[in-house]
Design a protein. Structure first.
Length: 379
């Protein structure tokens, strides 16, 4: 269709454009207006009736459409503010810098149903938060038993220290003490043994890989070899083993002069984990393996290991067992209960300690991070 025919077909219907959808269109389509005409385009009622009442600046009228509330000035009324400053709601006033300040008195807040405080409590005043007082350290918490102090000095055990106290050869601050259970302050009191001043030892922690045919004791009347001979050059302080290993049992053994740590590691409630490598005289059957896994009733009670498995790459005679019980000879008694003889028993893990880079019969000091980790295991 040509331009003339298109124009005639449009003008035949109405002289100034047809009515489409309730609205009258312009003579020319808006899309065909030039750039200059589109910039000058304005609604018809704006020229005829002036600006809309919505945008009128009625300074004297209180019922303004955009300024219904006096708390905040309308953006169309900012030029009409007085030099004294805007005054909004009651209690709000501008200061010399032009900022608002709140001069209202304190009011009680409404009691919320989620608030656990009493209804008579005044919420308007600011009250400092209630802080829990610090736990005061009493004198008793800083003191220790006298026999423990003597034992920590390295001259003897606690049992021997009690005998020395009863014998009257121990003095505290110049006075002889013969009372068992007497407590001293290790940082202030002066303890002497036969006139010689005793000092607390430095804490020593030694990890030993115990070999076979050594007894886990500090002294043997039969003059057999003991683990103390293996660590005699470790320190000048008197150290002793934590727990026990049988004469024919090898593996990790912790030795220290920290009596408090040794007692906590040996206590059953802490349940320090121990892993053993067991070698039997014959293959362990699947039925006996299941019995051990689900627990056994021994002469001193029920016992169930934390974990048990065959050693990978080994025969059915080699078993790894994880247990936290501190009962005497517990691993040997588990297998002997089912008719097996334990040929070799090696403790490869104690708590967080392993035998890595520690040959049989050698010892080393604990690293600081190892000591921190093992102290975290106790309760």
């Amino acid at each position: 269709m040509s331009k003339d025919n298109h124009k005639n077909s449009r003008d035949d219907k109405s002289g100034k454009g047809e009515k489409r959808g309730g609205r009258r269109t312009a003579e020319k389509p808006f899309s065909k207006l030039g750039k200059k005409d589109s910039q000058n385009f304005a609604p018809r009622n704006f020229k005829e009736n002036g600006p809309s009442p919505r945008f009128k600046d009625n300074k004297d009228s209180k019922n303004k459409e955009f300024n219904k509330f006096d708390s905040k000035p309308s953006k169309f009324d900012r030029g009409t503010r007085s030099k004294e400053g805007y005054k909004g709601k009651e209690g709000y006033k501008r200061d010399e810098q032009g900022k608002f300040s709140d001069n209202r008195p304190f009011r009680k807040r409404e009691i919320s149903k989620y608030n656990h405080n009493t209804a008579n409590e005044d919420k308007g005043e600011r009250v400092a938060p209630v802080l829990r007082p610090r736990k005061k350290t009493s004198v008793e918490q800083d003191t220790i038993r006298l026999n423990r102090y003597i034992s920590n000095s390295g001259i003897c055990s606690r049992r021997k220290a009690d005998e020395l106290i009863e014998a009257g050869v121990i003095s505290v601050n110049g006075k002889v003490v013969s009372e068992l259970g007497f407590k001293v302050d290790p940082f202030k009191d002066e303890v002497r043994y036969n006139g010689e001043l005793l000092k607390r030892e430095k804490k020593i922690y030694v990890l030993l890989n115990k070999p076979k045919d050594y007894i886990t004791t500090t002294d043997d009347p039969q003059e057999r070899r003991t683990v103390m001979q293996l660590v005699e050059n470790a320190s000048r302080e008197r150290i002793y083993p934590v727990g026990r290993l049988d004469r024919n049992t090898t593996g990790l053994l912790l030795m220290t002069n920290d009596g408090e740590l040794a007692d906590k590691l040996s206590h059953p409630r802490n349940g320090i984990t121990k892993i053993y490598h067991v070698e039997l005289n014959k293959n362990l059957t699947q039925g006996d393996f299941n019995k051990i896994q689900f627990g056994l009733d021994l002469e001193d009670g029920f016992i169930k290991p934390d974990n048990i498995s065959f050693v990978s790459g080994g025969s059915k005679r080699e078993i790894g067992i994880q247990i936290h019980s501190g009962k005497n000879r517990i691993v040997r008694r588990i297998f002997e209960h089912l008719g097996y003889d334990v040929v070799k028993l090696d403790r490869v893990v104690y708590g967080n300690l392993t035998k890595k880079d520690l040959p049989r019969g050698r010892w080393r000091y604990l690293d600081e991070h190892e000591l921190i980790q093992i102290k975290h295991l106790i309760k």
